[in-house]
Design a protein around this ligand. Structure first.
Ligand code: FES
Length: 115
């Protein structure tokens, strides 16, 4: 059985090193190891978007990314875009605005855009 893997990533502007099992999803590590619970576990198979984060500038489902794959990466979670208790997605970079717009559309039952 392989040992734990050391991973380093810039998370919400801070360089963070952590250990993970090779099969652990990024969502598990964010929530269970790093206490960043803003990304939620919904379907755990890439369909609901509750676990969305920005990884290297792209919106991804963190339940579908292995934590070991993000070594050297840049991650922004919802905690990284909040200003204390205030969260205004209109003030945030495009990937984050898209995150909020996509989640809103899904809640309203609108079809997803292809953009
Ligand atoms: S938990 Fe549903 S897409 Fe990740």
């Amino acid at each position: 059985m392989p040992g734990r893997t050391q991973v380093g990533a810039r998370i919400n502007g801070e360089q963070i090193d952590f250990l993970c099992d090779p099969w652990q999803s990024l969502l598990e590590v964010l929530r269970d190891e790093l206490s960043l619970t803003g990304a939620k576990e919904g379907c755990n198979n890439g369909n609901c978007g509750a676990c969305n984060i920005v990884l290297n500038g792209a919106l991804v489902n963190s339940c579908c990314v292995l934590a070991a794959e993000v070594d050297g990466g840049e991650i922004v979670t919802i905690e990284g875009v909040a200003d204390g208790d205030r969260l205004d997605p209109r003030d945030r970079p495009p990937p984050v605005r898209h995150l909020h717009a996509g989640l809103h559309r899904r809640r309203e039952g609108a079809p997803r855009s292809r953009a």
